[in-house]
Ligand binder design. Structure first.
Ligand code: NAD
Ligand code: IPM
Ligand code: MN
Length: 343
């Protein structure tokens, strides 16, 4: 059973993702929950307890995007998306970034790029520990406290090492800002060092996040697995998406790797209000998110078929005019149904 959430202004990419899902798992039981801007305007509700309870019963969740210019910034993002990530303990935010053959990177001479960013998902400045003092005075103070627990850091670092150990290059980069964020930085560095002792086969590097943005552009081929905190991971993965052909291709999984709660899969991108309603959003990120979802549920063959179809489409696509949202979805669905193999 697959639960589905979406915001009102980005149903198009989810429609295509479901089209493709329907080709590989026609019997999937799908529950749709209309949450987001429209519901908030109509009822003031963001994520009712009853909906959260029902979502917990699902095997996985597919989310399109939240966020709408008509709603004050942060209401939907915190009240819906982040609340789901926190309530369902999505501590591993998995964000692969691969430059597929045929895809044009904005880099002049791109190397092979195939990395996975393991972004911590439940802590950091996202934890909501902050406040305003002396509001509306000239001495107003705003704080956003970054929370880093040894439990939270260790579990995501362990996950990242395990993923690195299972990949051919077995290389892990910790990205942080240990030269300024000395408290959190020391915790992250210590944990990486400790866990590395159990993975002598994985080589470890460290980069400050500012330098990582340079290398993400000048030498992205150096990255294999990156482990980093919630905020750095958010920023780095938009950049990683950009250098691998654009945000329209970037998929993600918000995982509770203990499997006590359903994991949630979503494109890295948001609701794209600047192009909403024009029928031009690329649904590929949403389709690849379905592939991640199926892989997580053990449907490896279905997942592989979807990824192979995306790879084939990207290799043969006219990238200047890739087609309308529905046309890309139609192509991918047709490829999946004919079970194209690209090797
Ligand atoms: P965004 O990702 O929505 O858009 C950034 C840029 O990428 C825009 O120019 C947009 O047109 C383009 N883009 C995004 N998705 C695309 C696609 N599938 N195909 C082609 N182009 C695409 O980020 P933003 O503009 O900063 O945020 C818009 C809203 O979305 C905000 O409310 C934000 O909080 C929210 N948001 C939600 C999520 C999420 O639900 N996971 C993620 C990011 C942003
Ligand atoms: C993302 C988004 C979210 C984040 C926002 C909308 C809360 O940017 O999924 O990357 O910062 O995690
Ligand atoms: Mn983001």
């Amino acid at each position: 059973m697959i639960g589905l959430l979406r915001d009102g202004i980005e149903p198009a990419v989810i429609a295509e993702a479901l089209k493709v899902l329907g080709e590989v798992v026609p019997a999937a039981e799908i529950t749709r929950y209309d949450l987001g801007a429209a519901r908030w305007h109509a009822t003031g509700e963001l994520l009712p307890e009853s909906v959260l309870g029902e979502l917990r019963q699902h095997d996985a969740i597919l989310l399109g995007a939240v966020g709408d210019p008509s709603v004050p910034s942060g209401i939907l993002e915190r009240g819906l998306l982040l609340r789901l990530r926190f309530e369902l303990d999505h501590h591993v935010n998995l964000r692969p970034a691969r430059l597929y053959p045929g895809v044009r990177s904005p880099l002049a001479d791109p190397p092979e790029i195939d990395m996975v960013v393991v972004r911590e998902g439940t802590e950091g400045p996202y934890a909501g520990n902050g406040g305003l003092l002396r509001k509306d005075t000239p001495h107003e103070i705003a704080t956003e406290v970054s929370i880093n627990t040894s439990f939270g850091v260790e579990r995501v670092v362990r996950d990242a090492f395990a993923r690195a150990a299972a990949r051919p290059r077995r290389h892990l980069t910790l990205v942080h800002k240990t030269n300024v964020l000395t408290h959190a930085g020391s915790l992250w560095s210590r944990v990486v060092e400790e866990v590395s002792l159990q993975h002598p086969d994985v080589t470890v590097a460290y980069q400050h996040v500012d330098a990582a943005t340079i290398h993400m552009v000048t030498d992205p081929g150096r990255y294999d697995v990156i482990v980093t905190d919630n905020l750095f991971g958010d920023i780095l993965t938009d950049l990683a998406a950009a250098v691998t052909g654009g945000i329209g291709l970037a998929a993600s999984g918000n995982m509770d790797v203990t499997r006590r709660n359903p994991s949630m899969f979503e494109p890295v991108h948001g609701s794209a209000p600047d192009i909403a309603g024009q029928g031009i959003a690329d649904p590929t990120a949403a389709v690849l998110s379905v592939a991640l979802l199926l892989d997580h549920l053990g449907e490896h063959e279905s997942s592989r078929r979807i990824e192979a179809s995306v790879a084939f489409d990207l290799a043969t696509r006219d990238h200047q005019s890739p087609g309308a949202t529905y046309a890309i979805g139609d192509r991918l669905a047709a490829l999946v149904s004919s079970n194209v193999r690209t090797g």
